[in-house]
Ligand binder design. Sequence first.
Ligand code: AN7
Length: 390
Amino acid sequence: MFREGVRLRCVICGSLYPPNPRLFTCRSCGGLLEVVTPVDRGFEWERVRARRFGVWRYRELLPLAEWVKPVSLGEGGTPLVRVDRAAGPHVFVKFEGSNPTGSFKDRGMTVGVTIAKGLGVEGVVVASTGNTAASAAAYAARAGLRCLVYLPRGGVARGKLAQALLHGAEVVEVDGFFDDALELVLEEYVERSPSKLYPLNSVNPWRLEGQKTLAFELVDELGYTPDVVVVPVGNAGNISAIWKGFRELRDLGVISGTPRMIGVQATGAAPLAKTWSTRSRELQVVEEPRTIASAIRIGRPVNWFKALKSVEESRGALLTVSDEEILEAMKMLARLEGLGVEPSSAASLAGYLKALEEGLVDRGETVVLVATGHALKDPDVVRLLVERNT
Ligand code: AN7
């Protein structure tokens, strides 16, 4: 199913493994793995640009063999919108809300569910704060697979739950936070594998391969590398995946410089930002994460090591924004730019404004704010925002 020469590599000790779709952690040190895809010498950036804009335009840079037919809904190829009224003439929003299920998760799910289908499993399983569940449910439906989702009880925005149910997912509500739901999934379906269900959380390095295409699209559309990319951070798979995409383009010689990656967390759910600011080598776990941005209400991000490495290598930063700042940014994008994003996505604009204040970014620099999900995902927060101050 995989391209010739594809390997898995431990992000901590560098151990290499053959491309096993079920192997998520290093057998010698327990670190998370990443996919290494060798690219043909004949690869030409110009040739891929003749294809439809989206995830599969970059097939040569993805680990799946050419003959594999993707389970696809036309994901990726999302709008890049200049936001000069809300932020300035050199600032763009990458609007991931216009993916098929309304979030960036679709980029990863098209790859993950394609692999699940190829494995011949009965279905897929995820723990989720909502968007992963919505996306997994839709792609599983398309592939004719079962989808089982573990959600924190009362912790998922209504639009996302509605999508999971609409697409026929089996929902298990867990008393506790997302972190507890994920632990359950890892114990049940990863440590005791192989099960009949294929786990598609972001510990799955194959799924993250799809998410790296966001970096490809930015370079592809802008024609140059942005100076800074701002990403809301929860479980920290996305910031790691986007950074991996830039690294690969640099290694291929497509770009010479890489952007600084700035990760944004909500003040009440900021394990990584805390770890970063204290220069700690151990994750500063948040036992009871709190924020209005339920997508990123995560206290023990599994990809913490990958994310810290990405931020460090790119000479970026991690910072926090308050719920008030998130709501204000959400309103700015909606009212000044016509962009309806969910609260966690607005954290990237709030984070950019903070980074300016703190001197981490200069006004003249080209910046991309990743708006990870659509406003319709969370109608209750929209209502709160509108009723409070119109
Ligand atoms: C809109 O759906 O974790 O740092 O289970 O839905 O890669 O976790 C969602 C995360 C940002 C954070 N923005 O991305 C899930 C889930 C939105 C999100 C994030 C999420 P990661």
